[in-house]
Design a protein around this ligand. Structure first.
Ligand code: ADP
Ligand code: MG
Length: 202
């Protein structure tokens, strides 16, 4: 059991609170926020869709599915997708343990933070283009390519790398993008174009 209750989260999103692992500071543990659990429980079964059995943990299922899709297609994990270590038990409920991406020794900033703190620097352009090229070509389904779901990391040998830490996995009730490679690619091309516009890369 991992004890998180008396600790402060290091980050949070709409759905999860993110804690540093108490015994391993290179990892983070994501737990579902109580509000998100209440939101999930308030939905009728019908609207919970095909993942209804997973209740408030359906995001974990989505993450695991995409991780497996990458392993199946490429034989190994991608440096552009968050490293998932596994499912863990915490005193705040089930948690998803992931590698903490870092930048200059601190928790890695999201692209949103970079954009609001003075914008992109020239040396960030090439890593971003490499990320966008990977995203388009990879088998993963993207749902939310907002700038809060990618971070800039230099965790591996100081090399700059953009990593998707959220917003991947199919949310549609009928998983057309998982079934059709063409449709998935078409959807991601559109998303990458809008991300390029958002980042002033065009
Ligand atoms: N692997 C990671 N490395 C570094 N920071 C992370 C990582 N995963 C999440 N974060 C931070 O935690 C925040 C919330 O996590 P996220 O998975 O996006 O939760 P939510 O599903 O609630 O949006 C992110 O915006 C980011 O700042
Ligand atoms: Mg998020």
């Amino acid at each position: 059991m991992i004890y998180l209750k008396d600790r402060a989260p290091v980050a949070a999103g709409n759905n999860s609170e993110v804690y540093r692992h108490p015994e391993d500071e290179t990892t983070l543990v994501k737990v579902v926020k109580p509000e998100a659990i209440a939101r999930a429980n308030a939905r009728w079964d019908f609207f919970r869709g095909r993942r209804r059995r997973y209740f408030h943990l359906k995001n974990f299922m989505r993450v695991l599915e995409e991780q497996i899709a990458v392993l199946a297609a490429e034989g190994r994990a991608s440096p552009h997708l968050e490293e998932v270590i596994g499912l863990v038990e915490t005193d705040l409920g089930p948690g998803l343990m992931v590698r903490c991406e870092t930048y200059q020794g601190e928790i890695a900033p999201t692209l949103h933070k970079i954009m609001t703190d003075g914008g992109l620097k020239d040396h960030m352009r090439q890593p971003l283009e490499a990320f966008l090229a990977w995203l388009e070509a990879s088998p993963i389904v993207a749902n939310d390519t907002g700038v809060g779901n990618m971070v800039l990391s230099d965790r591996r040998d100081g090399e700059l790398r953009v990593v998707m830490i959220d917003g991947y996995g199919e949310t549609a009730a009928i998983p057309l993008k998982s079934w059709s490679r063409w449709l998935n690619r078409h959807d991601k091309r559109r998303k990458c174009d809008s991300l390029r516009r958002r980042l002033n890369l065009l």
